[in-house]
Design a protein around this ligand. Sequence first.
Ligand SMILES: CC(C)(COP(=O)(O)OP(=O)(O)OC[C@H]1O[C@@H](n2cnc3c(N)ncnc32)[C@H](O)[C@@H]1OP(=O)(O)O)[C@@H](O)C(=O)NCCC(=O)NCCS
Length: 339
Amino acid sequence: MPAMDIRPVLEEHAAALWHQVDEATRGPDVPADPVSELLPRLDDRPEGGERSELWLGVVDGTAVAIGDIRLPLHDNTISAEIDVRVRPDHRRRGRGREMVDHLLRRVTAEGRSRVFGEIDEPLVDAPGDPEHPGRGFARSLGARPVLFEIRRSLDLTMLDSSKVAALRAEAAGRAAGYSLVQWVDRAPVDVRDDLAALMARMSTDVPLDDMEWEPEVWDAARVLAKEDGAIARGRTRIVSAARHDDTGRLVGYTDIGVNAQRPGIAYQWDTIVASEHRGHRLGMLMKAANLEQLQQRVPGVRLVHTWNAEVNRHMIAVNEALGFRAVERWREWQLDLGT
Ligand SMILES: CC(C)(COP(=O)(O)OP(=O)(O)OC[C@H]1O[C@@H](n2cnc3c(N)ncnc32)[C@H](O)[C@@H]1OP(=O)(O)O)[C@@H](O)C(=O)NCCC(=O)NCCS
């Protein structure tokens, strides 16, 4: 069998080939990001607090495998996130293994000893189904599943707007003393510090099960860098946040990202309410208001996807009330190197 040549992706032609493999390995509902999203990643500049590397595996002139590495820079500096994908018509020939071995050598050279990867699976395994490729692959590496998540989706074409409006109104009635603040892309300058504190809490307050992810370190500069990164990739960020009237502080936010080149599919990113402000329906208020803002600001969105840990009861209850339905299981896998 011919050897696979593994090359770094540093220019647009290689990025286009990388993107073709990415597209060939994904379904229609969670497709590959548009190729333009790769371009800001080619110049080796850190983006939103992490550095990344893209690798392409070529056999006889055909791109068959891809690798993606993300290296956090401000926290979790012993960890790396990786992703490996092999074109369906080139699987079970050891290409995935060759690529992952390469990525593990690279992250080790960067001083990282803990590796994470996310793999999607069907919601339920039917009896007699063959082993799921991603799960078989992760197990063969000695990785262990550490976090169980469910992807839920909301079909906006079927959305009952009056129901969302009623949920918003009901939540607003229970949220006296708080005001809604909304923006698109860039946060107002006066909320950046509060937003940084909330983003740090996103890494400590969400259920992590057995995932050994350290608390993230955020400041206003990193918030700005994250916004820069999203804008450079062509992603529109729709945000609804809650301000505590007495103190003027921002105490919660939720954001949805959508690429302007492919507005049909939007992604729920973060949702958090600071612990001392929970129990006032701010989660529902912000999420219902943000769905309305999304529809006003980005016409053409058909689906919104959200990922929640299976144990995240409160967030799931809000999502289900808004009409999100479970479609897929996702697991985070952890591999500790050299143990
Ligand atoms: C997972 C994936 C990368 C594997 O690529 P691949 O080139 O077929 O993998 P390899 O041939 O190198 O397989 C290495 C080992 O993984 C395990 N494995 C791979 N596919 C498997 C499957 N369908 N069922 C059971 N085990 C499997 C086996 O132990 C295999 O060794 P073996 O063939 O000697 O038994 C590929 O199926 C893929 O792109 N899936 C979609 C994306 C994904 O889930 N990526 C993982 C994210 S890190």
